[in-house]
Design a protein around this ligand. Structure first.
Ligand SMILES: [Fe+2]
Length: 565
């Protein structure tokens, strides 16, 4: 049984392949078309890669599982456009045409993927796909499930109870009362892209004081003993955004003042607003978690949806004690809904009770050393062949060099977890500024994350029961902030990545070797890309990124490229 999962329609287009229930490949389209989040792009190259990785042709695909319900998606667009037609007919018409593509998805998919007529097309409602992506990839046979994102077809928040192969929907909050769009609107108000700046708000929040919380309580209302959160819609334009250029409304500007000016470090008032927004989101997530615990009596929670990428909120949920264990789908954003659609078909529709808990995210393309060597030769690029890449990389890192590290299969999901990473020494207090000046060009308030072998995690970080997907923020242990200043945020927290020998032996070995040389088995790990670009996929992209940035060295499989001889 070959199930090809796809996500297409809004952003984070992606594909994955389940072969007899085993996840053999998954990748985002942005890594192939090189457009961040691949908005509206059909995941054609991602799907072709998945088929190739599984040794299949389109003829072999039994089912295409799609992560939206076409009719409901179209219905929303239709009603939306109808409502606004007299005011902004051009924009509304464009929206209507775009939404019409939902209806065309089955036919368009057959045309694009060239699958035979016997291939079934199964549409899975978007939040159900998110829920399945978390539950069926988790180690739990039974769990509460929370899905929070911008918007699915209509739902913005969904609560489920997963048991065996069954997903029971307990509650749904519909558009426009979206926690995701609430955060996006404030992200835009604070001076960033509403679709891509949420991490910046999360980083800013640590520098502020949540002194606007009473106002935020009015903007996001959390009714007692109910998951039906409500937004005060006077503050937002997004429910009626035709003809309006911002997601926030003039009412919000009246309440909080003019939007944040473009500045490396915004004035304190905006940091305080960011802190208040972040705190209110955390309160909403905890509120939903507590409701789920009471309703399901489950000790386990699974999380998915774009808001589940808020690693600070996840950390608080983990440490809050409401649940014994929490599993956050590593690709919690819409790319993971491709996986969820396929898993839903495999388990809930076909009844396959054999679960395959997610062990790692190394599901993307890999490239043989011979191909890399040929590319280096043909482009006349000077390189060295290494007997022990781990030893060389550990030496360079210990010397303070910024190293591109390209090994094995590309990661699925938004995090670089040691196969497409830029690495540096976290002990050097100036490393964050150096990295920003040379490669990443990030805002100064955004932290960099640490990788640590899981065996050493407790020495440096408060225990969160492991964080293999870099999706939880935890406290740096007292006294350790001085040891690893480049990965310790201003509030003594870190977005932790624990590395196991079983799932990434090479990266684990590098961390150990760096520890042997320096006494600190921790590395600064940031994604292998420059600002505004997706993470590199191919060796050529890695080499181009190396020469287009201030990276000191590139260890690409067993080859070394360097600028400092
Ligand atoms: Fe979503």
């Amino acid at each position: 049984m070959n199930i090809l999962g796809i996500n297409w329609g809004e952003h984070d287009s992606a594909a994955c392949l389940l072969q007899d229930g085993r996840l053999v490949a998954a990748a985002e389209e942005e890594r192939f078309n090189r457009i961040k989040h691949a908005p509206f792009a059909y995941p054609l190259r991602a799907a072709q890669y998945c088929l190739q990785a599984g040794g299949l042709t389109p003829q072999d695909v039994d089912t295409v599982a799609y992560s939206f319900s076409p009719s409901v998606g179209f219905g929303r667009g239709f009603l939306y456009a109808l409502r606004h037609f007299p005011h902004a007919n051009l924009v509304a018409s464009a929206e209507l045409v775009r939404r019409a593509w939902y209806i065309a998805t089955p036919g368009y998919t057959r045309y694009m993927l060239k699958v035979p007529t016997r291939t079934r097309f199964m549409a899975v409602p978007h939040h159900l796909a998110h829920a399945a992506s978390a539950f069926f990839a988790s180690p739990f046979e039974e769990a509460a499930i929370l899905v929070v994102d911008g918007v699915g077809e209509w739902p913005v928040t969904s609560l489920y109870h997963g048991q065996g192969v069954h997903l029971e929907r307990l509650a749904t909050v519909n558009f426009p009362h979206s926690l995701g769009f609430f955060y996006s609107a404030f992200t835009e108000y604070l001076g960033f892209d509403p679709f891509d700046g949420e991490y910046k708000v999360m980083g800013m929040a640590s520098y502020g004081e949540a002194r606007f919380n009473s106002q935020l309580r009015q903007i996001v209302r959390l009714p007692e003993d109910s998951p039906a959160h409500r937004l005060d819609l006077r503050y937002f334009n997004f429910p009626n955004h035709y003809g309006s250029s911002t997601w926030y409304s003039p009412y919000l500007v009246e309440a909080f003042g003019p939007p944040a000016p473009a500045a490396p470090m915004p004035p304190q008032v905006y940091l305080d607003i960011a802190a208040s927004v972040q705190q209110r989101l955390e309160q909403a997530i905890l509120h939903l978690g507590e409701y789920l615990r009471r309703r399901t009596h489950s000790r386990y929670l699974c999380l998915a949806g774009g808001v589940a990428l808020n690693s600070v909120a996840n950390g608080k949920l983990t440490q809050g004690g409401t649940f014994d264990r929490i599993f956050v789908q590593p690709a919690a954003n819409d790319s993971g809904s491709a996986l969820g659609a396929a898993l839903y078909v495999q388990h809930s529709l076909l009844g396959d009770a054999q679960r395959q808990p997610f062990q790692h995210v190394y599901l993307g393309p890999e490239f043989p050393a011979s191909e890399i060597e040929a590319a280096l030769h043909s482009n006349l690029i000077p390189f060295e062949t290494l007997a022990d890449p781990v030893e060389t990389a550990a030496d360079l890192l210990a010397q303070g060099q910024i190293v591109g590290w390209f090994q094995g299969r590309m990661e699925f999901g938004p995090r670089a977890l040691g196969n497409r990473s830029i690495l540096a020494d976290p002990r050097r207090a100036d490393m964050k500024d150096r990295l920003n000046a040379a490669v990443k060009f990030r805002e100064p308030f955004r932290p960099f994350a640490p990788s640590v072998p899981e065996e050493h995690s407790d020495t440096y970080f408060e225990n969160v029961g492991g964080s293999p997907f870099m999706i939880l923020v935890t406290q740096v242990r007292p006294g350790m902030a001085e040891v690893i200043p480049a990965v310790t945020h201003v509030d003594n927290t870190a977005r932790l990545h624990t590395v196991s020998r079983a799932t990434n032996p090479l990266y684990w070995e590098l961390l150990q070797r760096f520890g042997e040389k320096t006494g600190v088995p921790v590395l600064l790990n940031t994604s292998f890309n420059v600002r505004g670009e997706p993470i590199v996929c191919t060796p050529k992209e890695a080499i181009a990124c190396f020469y287009n940035s201030g990276l000191d060295a590139l260890v690409i499989e067993r080859f070394l490229l360097r600028k400092i001889i």
